[in-house]
Design a protein around this ligand. Structure first.
Ligand SMILES: CC(C)(COP(=O)(O)OP(=O)(O)OC[C@H]1O[C@@H](n2cnc3c(N)ncnc32)[C@H](O)[C@@H]1OP(=O)(O)O)[C@@H](O)C(=O)NCCC(=O)NCCS
Length: 165
């Protein structure tokens, strides 16, 4: 994200938040969230320990992810018309490659928990609320090659153990 794109990124985040997340928050949570999403703060954080990657379609910003310290998702938002087309997955792949992530945490809004689950995150505990912000703490861990091999051999073992039909 370039600094001159911060205002458009914040507009996208605010619009999507208002449609999908705000209806499930109390006013304190909405205020708290809005304090976090201003162009000045987004730029300042990106000069410190955050990075923001955007997704564009025909020159329009349609999605964004903000990451803290290369291991925590602080914002992930995709424009409603462009949702369910793999944009969030693409943004995640991009930041994972960028930071060579091994572990990623996120405080998922309750509405996004099934989506983070599809992206490979697991819940670390029950829903919590801080300053009116409802969230489920979740973690993603890179699967090692050995994990994939073990999983493949387990599938094979299961197949071999299944009776012939
Ligand atoms: C969360 C969000 C960014 C996902 O963006 P997206 O571009 O639609 O996500 P993708 O298309 O990459 O989908 C990722 C996975 O989630 C699944 N998914 C997407 N939307 C879903 C939904 N509403 N319910 C269940 N699964 C869903 C997809 O099928 C995909 O899984 P698959 O590849 O195994 O099929 C978007 O829904 C959003 O902006 N929501 C509102 C804001 C929000 O809650 N952000 C999170 C704050 S912590």
């Amino acid at each position: 994200m370039r600094p001159d794109e911060a205002a458009a990124v914040c507009r996208l985040v605010e619009n999507v938040f208002n449609e999908f997340v705000a209806p499930t928050y109390v006013p304190e949570g909405i205020r708290e969230f809005m304090k976090y999403v201003t162009p000045e703060k987004l730029i300042k954080r990106s000069e410190e320990n955050h990075s923001t990657v955007i997704a564009e379609s025909y020159g329009r910003i349609v999605g964004m992810v903000e990451m803290r310290n290369g291991d925590h998702i602080s914002l992930l938002f995709v424009e409603p018309r462009e949702q369910k087309r793999g944009i969030a997955r693409g943004l995640m792949q991009r930041v994972i490659a960028l930071h060579n992530c091994q572990h990623i945490t996120v405080n998922s809004s309750p509405n996004a928990e099934p989506i983070y689950t599809r992206l490979g995150f697991t819940a670390d505990g029950p829903e919590q609320t801080t300053h009116g912000i409802r969230f489920v703490p979740m973690t993603w861990t890179r699967r090692t090659k050995r994990d994939s091999v073990n999983q493949a051999s387990q599938v094979m073992a299961r197949k071999l153990a299944e009776p012939e039909r």
